[in-house]
Ligand binder design. Sequence first.
Ligand code: ADP
Length: 358
Amino acid sequence: MKNKCWKKISNQDYKLMKWVFRRMFTLVLVMLVVMLMLFGLIVAIVMEDNPVTTDVIEPHTWLTAAAAVLSLLIISQFVALLWINRITKPAAQISKVVGQVARGQFDVRIDCSDFKNEMLDLGNNLNKMIEELNSIELMRSDFVSNVSHEFRAPLSTISGYVTLLSSPNTTEEKKNEYFELLRESTRQLSSLVDNVLKLSRLQSQNILPKKSTYSLDEQLRRAVLMFEKDWSEKELELDLDMPECEYCGNEEMLSQVWTNLIGNAVKFSHQGGKIGVKLDDSDPDYITVAISDTGEGMSEDVQRHIFEKFYQGDSSRKSEGNGLGLALVKGICQLTDSSISVESAPEKGSTFTVKLKR
Ligand code: ADP
């Protein structure tokens, strides 16, 4: 609806502009001719009254003047046409391309080779805007296809187990096993929906998140405790170095950062490994939180992609996550003026370092 209205106004504007330019140009030329005629008339009257010059004025002077005015008018219309076409050609081209973009065609560009000055700036800026819209559109369609793909796996698993459960030949023992797998698939699905929602909320957020002062060390401790069951099962050694530290920031968002990073550290640790959480507030500008593990680690190639949506380094562990955790962490860091970096090597473990701006 919005697009339609905009396109209509743009075409009308262009036609109106052309009409106004042509009328203005003609008006200026007519005024010029009228002024010239008046000037000529005054000169003629002065010369006619002057006995010395009376003989100089020929009787066909008025006829010649009228012919000159007529030819000037014709020439002015011709020049106006040429001039208007020249200055409205870029506007016509821009209007055409903008109309195509409004219809959702983002592979078009304005040819600015003949443009000059402000029109050249306008054309270049519009081309940049179309490029930006194109990349947003590509990201959006990529995201939609990824989401649909990720939803398909748990949904087809659920459908498969429901079929097996409804079979009269399924034993009670098998039924319990299928129920457990069904529960796991629905948990996966719900975590996927949860992360997709969080990510889309984060992307549409253009105002800075609400801040409050709270205890950062306490928040980190709570995040570590959330995974108690998992690190106890894996018998992980905890190395926690978290001095008391007050921080002013968005508590909910940062809690998401710590749970994702600590959750990954536990998930990618081997049995009997070690995870560390270190808080350093000695820098006057930043508070640094480093979350490390001695687990699987990552190759450089994997490290390059970990912050991309739906990326998972190890496809055999697909069911353990959805590849959105680090994309969310990165998004939150960008929104809160913080930074995140990673150091890792295969089978040597990983360290994620978050720098929070004070
Ligand atoms: P998920 O954990 O759901 O797969 P994430 O976005 O949290 O998704 O992480 C993306 C990928 O980054 C993981 O699949 C894994 O390959 C890699 N990764 C993240 N954290 C670690 C870690 N601590 N150790 C090893 N690899 C990691």
